[in-house]
Structure formats: structure tokens, C-alpha cells
Design a protein around this ligand. Sequence first.
Ligand SMILES: *Cc1c(COP(=O)(O)O)cnc(C)c1O
Length: 367
Amino acid sequence: MRIPLVDLAAQQAEVADEVRAGLGEVFTTTAFIGGPAVGRFERAYAAAIGVEHCVGVANGTDALELALRAVGVGPGGEVVIPANTFIATAEAVSRIGAVPVLVDVDEEHLLIDPAAVRAALTARTEAIVPVHLFGQVAPMDELLKVAADAGVPLVEDAAQAQGARRGGQAAGSFGVAAGTSFYPGKNLGAAGDAGAVTTNDAGVARTVRVLSAHGSERKYEHERVGMNSRLDTVQAVVLEAKLRRLAAWNDARRAAAARYGMMLADVLGVRTPKVVPGNEDVWHLYVVQVDDRDRVLHELNKAGIGAGIHYPTPVHLTGAYAHLGYGAGSFPVAEAAAGRILSLPLHPHLTEAQQGVVVDALSGAVR
Ligand SMILES: *Cc1c(COP(=O)(O)O)cnc(C)c1O
């Protein structure tokens, strides 16, 4: 039995009829750019997370770059981000010509550490980007206070947290703006690349829309140097259909995570992930920690289990970001975690029987 990390085929099967009908309309009307499905999805997504504006863009990295530019980040500015995140968080900063300033994370949940953020602020800090890692909201209560005290905008990286909440409030609605990704493997995934910026600020929304469409609001009137980063109409059709299932799929992920928690409770040598009190986790990833991780991963993979590592190398130790000059030892929590973390298969269609197989293989490997 092969057990994949994510099962996109099962998701696709649920939405196939709606997607086929929607795509039929797109191809019949040939409204390939900015067709009605784009606006419908933007309004539905904004409503789902409780913000005024959602601007669909081409991918999550662009969403973060555009959100940062819209809140005023420019060349030479500093942007505080966690050391353990997908590299796109840092790339979005670099592409503006701004400088990623990395900080460590907390040992318990691997979320950005507000005290470290406060210590990293300088006169050049232009934004703080918490990442809602693995599906749970970063410590926004403290971070909003740090940001407000410093007068620095907070831009959330909500790529791993569609539907996640803290105190009832959704990821993507805390900051001045947020960028999210609809990469196929995310909780809300397209059939290719897609992303969005969410915000309650009409000015930020307008700037993102203008920048994402060649710097123009009206065709051929270019007010600034923008880019081409629109949400594809075909992707909007897929996203509309999947958004209708997002809450149910996140519930299914929560149920699967709870089952893992029970099944792994007595397995010595496996540290299971913990939910921050007050958070509603959407379990983008189920990340355990083990000794001798590479061997354990190899054994799981050999048994046909699609376990993975998110992420094997903290941002500052990648070749791309060696020039920042941090070096090994700079962020001990992120670095130690990178050698121990292991993502187990988790998706809305994972069965209890499949989880039994994963747990048996894992128990055998750590023994
Ligand atoms: C996926 C992801 C992104 C980037 O999204 P793309 O759509 O692949 O550009 C950014 N940040 C985090 C934390 C992610 O997981």
C-alpha cells in the first residue's frame, strides 16, 4: 500500500463535475483573463476569512511581494521573517531589493518568536512577516503589539493556513495585509499556481491590483512599474469549487490529526505536534520530531509512505541566503528542529487504516 503525503486525486474527484462545468463556460466564452469566476472567487474568499478585500494573483510568492510593496517596503528596507519557513517568504523580500532579517522560533510550536522579532527591529525595519507555519496562526496577540509599538506594518504569510483561526479570527485577517498561496498541495489548492492578497485596507488592495496588472487600473494608463501577476480564470474555477469544501476538508484534517495524536501517544521517541491554546489548527502538515530523522524518513519512504521534511534547511543556511552572513549557530531552535522534523501523510481523505500503517512503520523505525 502506497500512502502519499497529499492526495490531490481524491480532492479532484470531489469537485470534478463543478470544475468541468465551470471550465466549459470559460472555454466557451473565452474569458481567459479576469473572467467572472475571478471576481466571484475573490469575493467568496474574502468572505470566508472575514476581510474586505481579496486580490487574486499568480502565486503565493507574488502575493507576498505585492503585499509588501503595497504597505511601503522598498529597496534597502528590512523585513523581519522567521528562519524556518519555505524560502518564498525570503524571496518575496529579496525581489523588492529589501533585506530579509531572520529571527528564531519557539521550541514548542516552531512559530516565529515575538521577543526575537522585537529584538531584531531597527530604524530600517519596514515590515514584519509572521508565517502561520504548518497550519496554525502565529502568536498574533504579541506580534500585533510589537508591530504597533514600533509603528511597523505586519504582513502575514498565510500560505499554510487557509481557514486557520485564533480566538475565532482567521489567518490572513490580522495584519495590514496577508499573502497566501493556492499551490496545489496547500489546504486550498488550485490546479497549478495561484495566490491572493487579503486586506481590510482599500488603498492596499488597490495598489496590489494595480501593481499586479502592469501598473495600470485602466488599460494602457500605466501609473507605476508593475508586473503581470493575475489570478488565472481557469484556476479561479477550481478554487471556487474547492473553497466550498475547505471547511469540511479542514475538519477532516483535524480529525486525522487527532487520530495520530492518540495513536502516537504511547510511542516512545516520537514527539507529536501541539496546538497553541486558543488556536484552531488546520494541519497543513503534521510534523513530528524524532532522533535519527534521516534514517527514519528513509525507512518510511522505503515502506511506501510519503513522509517528507518541511524544511530540511533553514533559510540562512541555504546557498541562496549565505550572503546574509548569519552562519550555523545563529538560530539554534530552527537549526535543531531542521534535523528532527518529519512530516507524516496528512490530508482530508486519509483513512484510519492508512494512519495505522504509518504509525506501525514509524513505531518500528524509531525503536
Ligand atoms: C507555499 C508557500 C509560499 C509560496 O507560495 P507559491 O505559491 O509556491 O509561490 C510562501 N510561503 C509559505 C510559508 C509557503 O508554504
